[in-house]
Every structure is written in C-alpha cells, then in structure tokens.
Design a protein around this ligand. Structure first.
Ligand code: NAD
Ligand code: LMR
Length: 330
C-alpha cells in the first residue's frame, strides 16, 4: 500500500504524514511539496514504523516520481484562509494547484484513490473530476472530497449536550458540501439517538457549519485548521485503505460525483447537483454505494438542504468551468 501526500510540508501535510507514517496499514509513504520535503522526509524516516518514506520536490520530475505506483493520493496542497476570507476566495490560487496535481495523477497513477482536502472542496473536487475526464481516466468511485472534519466537529460539539465520554462513538451523518451553509449535519439521524433541546439545535448546527471560522479567527492570520484536519484526513484515509484491503461495513460521508456511484444517480436527481456528500459505503473499488438519507431528514434539515443545494450549484459550475474553459492543464 503506497500513500502519497501532495502538500506534505504544510500545516496539514506534516501532521497528516506523521499519522500515515505511524500507520501499520501503509508500506510506502511518498511526500511531495514545492518546498520542505527533504527535511520532513528525513525527520519522519527516523520513526521505527513499517512505512518507507521518500520525499520529492518539483525539480527532477519529482511529482511523477512521488506518484509512481501510488494506491492512495491525499491532497492538502494550497493556500489556507485568513480572517475575513471565504473558502471561495482561495479558488484563484488553489484551482490551478489542484488541476496540475491531478494532471500528474491522471498521467502517472490513474487508478489511485484520490482524496482532495484543498479548499474550496466544493469546487476542487469537480476540478479533479474534469481533469480525470479530460484524460479519459475518470473513475467516480475513486475520487473523494474529504469532508470528515465536519463529521468530527459534529461528534465533538454535540458532546456538550450528550455528555458521552467518547464523542467519536456518536455517529452523525453530515451531508451536502464543505463550506458554511452547504454543510448539513443530520442530528436527527444520530446513532445512538441524541435528544437536543429545541433552543440548542440551531446554534449547534451553525457551529458545525462555521467551525472552520472559529479556528481561522483563533489563529489570527496564521492559517486555518491543520491538526484537527490532519486527524480527520487520516481517519478518512484509513477507512479507504481498510475497505480496499477487504474490511466490510465501512461507511463515511464524502463529497463524490454521485451519478458514478451505485445508488447515487437518484440522489443527484433529488438534490439537483452531481457533486454532493452523503454516507458512502467503501469497498475494494472505492465508493461502492451511496446511501440515500434524504427521505429520513427532519423538517428543519429539509430547510437547511434547500439553502445548501442553491449554494453548491454555483461552486460546482465554477470548478467544472475552470477546466472546460481553460486552455488546458499542464
Ligand atoms: N477539507 C477540509 O476540511 C479542510 C480543512 C482544513 C484546511 N483545508 C484546506 O487545505 C489546504 C492546505 O491547508 P494548510 O493549512 O495545510 O496550508 P499550508 O499553507 O500550511 O500548507 C499547504 C502546503 O501546500 C504546498 N503547496 C503549494 N503549492 C503546491 C503544489 N503545486 N504542489 C504541492 N504542494 C504545494 C505549500 O508549499 C504548503 O506546504 C488549504 O486549501 C485549506 O483551506 C481543508
Ligand atoms: O475553514 C477553513 O478554511 C479550513 C477548513 O475548510 C475547515 O473547515 O476548517
């Protein structure tokens, strides 16, 4: 199992690479970034775990070397937000970064599972899909937008109400996209069920939707969530790898191209957009099936979904348009 981290020297990239290096599920870990990988690689390579670590910069065909033989490619490359910015404000820089990295994946390891963390996820995943389509190698079951941090936040924030000792034991589907009101936590479907007083539900939902802003404000210009994202990114990567290795019954919400996933076409028609996060059953070929949870949502959640669908459409069109109307990826 070879995993590659693109953006490995960054705020997310370093702790994510540490967690992957410590995982016994991974035999080879390749680190790619435009700066800093020699140091990060040397440092991680002293850890006495299974994975063999290699590092690459852009020079000397580094991206191709890093991606050769990759099974999983995780992408936290790109700029983070500062206070006052939206994720969409990152589009102008990050769209090109993601396009170029995915072009490398399409050329070097088209069968790899691709996990996109770079923001705005609502647009960068459609960009990745279009680049893969253009190259004739798009497999929707292998492309994931990582929305796990929203799930992790929902689990964590609801604990204030449930007072459960281990917050990760409460399963809460979070659907939609990964930005403000496109994030729709379904507390009505929590397992085990949670009893949330009416006056607390609205603020709880808002906190999950705008949890990213909390961290951006607290860091005061020094970036956005990195450590919690590394944890979430690792958790999702581990689930994909375990499922690929044959473990059954692994379900994780993820932002995918629904028409290409079993059961997803009907959901896409219902929500009116093709890219959307729902709980996905993972398996050896990636996204095995999409779970339609829409019929079970509460009336409050239905209203949240209306706003979500409206906001998502523009972000998806922007991502698709970036590839279809640009003169072509490098
Ligand atoms: N999906 C999520 O839930 C989520 C959560 C947190 C952050 N993010 C996003 O993740 C991205 C990274 O955040 P960060 O805090 O790690 O930022 P960072 O600036 O600390 O790190 C980004 C890294 O990407 C590298 N990079 C830039 N261009 C590159 C290229 N062409 N190829 C390879 N590497 C390149 C940089 O050198 C840097 O090391 C941001 O876009 C941020 O918004 C997403
Ligand atoms: O808020 C951000 O910009 C980073 C990330 O998307 C998050 O949710 O923390």
């Amino acid at each position: 199992m070879k995993a590659v981290v693109c953006g490995a020297s960054g705020g997310i990239g370093q702790p994510l690479s540490l967690l992957l290096k410590a995982s016994p599920l991974i035999d080879e870990l390749a680190l790619f970034d435009v700066v800093g990988t020699p140091g990060v690689t040397a440092d991680l390579s002293h850890i006495s775990s299974v994975a063999k670590v290699t590092g690459y910069l852009k020079e000397d065909d580094g991206l191709r070397k890093a991606l050769t033989g990759a099974d999983v490619v995780v992408i936290p490359a790109g700029v983070p937000r500062k206070p006052g910015m939206t994720r969409d404000d990152l589009f102008n820089i990050n769209a090109g970064i993601v396009r170029d990295l995915i072009t490398g994946v399409a050329e070097t390891c088209p069968k790899a599972f691709i996990l996109v963390i770079s923001n705005p996820v609502n647009s960068t995943v459609p960009i990745a899909a279009e680049v893969m389509k253009k190259a004739g190698v798009f497999d929707p079951k292998r492309l994931f937008g990582v929305t796990t941090l929203d799930v992790v936040r929902a689990e964590t924030f609801v604990q204030e109400i449930t007072e459960e000792k281990d917050p990760s034991k409460t399963v809460i589907p979070v659907i939609g996209g990964h930005s403000g009101e496109t994030i729709v936590p379904l507390f009505s479907m929590a397992k085990p069920a949670v009893d949330i007083p009416a006056d607390k539900l609205g603020p709880l939902v808002k906190r999950v939707q705008f949890g990213g802003d909390e961290v951006v404000q607290a860091k005061g210009g020094a970036g956005s969530a990195t450590l919690s994202m590394a944890y979430a990114g690792y958790r999702f990567t581990r689930s994909v790898i375990k499922a690929v290795k044959g473990e059954k019954g692994i379900i994780e919400p993820s932002y995918v191209y629904l028409p290409g996933v079993e059961g997803g076409d009907a959901i896409a028609k219902e929500v009116g957009v093709d890219f959307f996060s729902v709980p996905i059953e993972l398996g050896p070929s990636g996204a095995e099936s999409a779970q339609n949870v829409l019929s079970s949502v509460s009336s409050e959640e239905k209203q949240l979904l209306e706003v979500c669908k409206r906001d998502l459409k523009g972000s998806i069109d922007k991502g698709v348009g970036f590839v279809t109307t640009s003169p072509g990826a490098k």
